[in-house]
Write a protein that binds this ligand. Sequence first.
Ligand code: NAD
Length: 325
Amino acid sequence: MQKRILVNGAGGFIGGHLVKKLKAEGYWVRAVDLKHHEYATLAADEFIVGDLRDAGVVRGVVEGIDEVYQLAADMGGAGYLFTGEHDAAVLHNSATINLNTLELGVQAGVKRFFYSSSACIYPEYNQRDPQNPKCSEESAYPAAPDSEYGWEKLFSERLYFAYARNRGTQVRVARFHNVFGPRGTWSGGREKAPAAVCRKVAETPDGGEILIWGDGLQTRSFLYIDECLEAVHRLMESDFVGPVNIGSEEMVTINQLAEMAMSIAGKKLSIRHIEGPLGVRGRNSDNRLIRERLGWEPTRPLREGLEKTYAWIAAQVEAACTVPA
Ligand code: NAD
């Protein structure tokens, strides 16, 4: 029988891409989010606009579902998560979504849950040297995430594994490291570094200046959306439960990311470093476990994904600047 899938957070970046992939693979898909997708028309069999903090909504959407992809979260880039202004909302909203989805999903007979945790769970003390961050899965404890977002992810990982132990629930938990690509948030304050950098480069005329938070020597790695979804697929099909990193090991500084976007755009811009919310000093995925257990690693370089992302964001910027006649 055709598997029935629920995608929570389908109006968001990764959820939107996931719905497209699951439909292409022939599944029946129910999508749910607070809002419709801003940049795509999703081919979900049902799209329900609803609030997953509301148990009544969750009870309805888990009905008749075989597998849940729980991607909904109160989420954003550094400008949203690291200022401290949204801490209570992030903890309350995301934890409530996970508590509801898991308990009511189990009650309704959902067979398997995918949960998207984050590299933000890793301890701050292992990410102070930008050239040698440590993010292997077992290094998560003693826990010391640098944001409440990370603490909520860690709590929810524990929640999913506790249900696996006590209730026999099948769970799969991945820790995503900076996933990027077209059709994601690119403006408004919740955008993440690759989208923000592409937008700044696209908006700035050749010879101009862009602003970068911090000294730009902080390091990160970025994973293109298609690679991420392949890893999620392999994890869901395997008997490995995780938690496992899904990320890229191609670590760059934020200055290098900006230079790459400029080179793609064919622009020469200067960078002015200003104060801003930063997150940890260095971060990179450690893919030893996922290579060993799932035989997965990214197949394409960062630049290739950034080219596609830049092209999409440049088109958004252009459309936003075009005044209708
Ligand atoms: P996103 O913000 O684009 O998508 C999340 C979606 O959840 C949004 O569309 C939002 O409207 C929805 N949502 C929030 N609260 C909701 C509620 N109460 N009820 C219903 N829907 C609600 O984020 P994304 O980049 O697609 O991330 C998806 C998941 O992956 C999130 O859980 C995120 O924490 C995790 N993650 C993402 C990254 C990344 O780099 N993109 C990295 C680590 C972890």
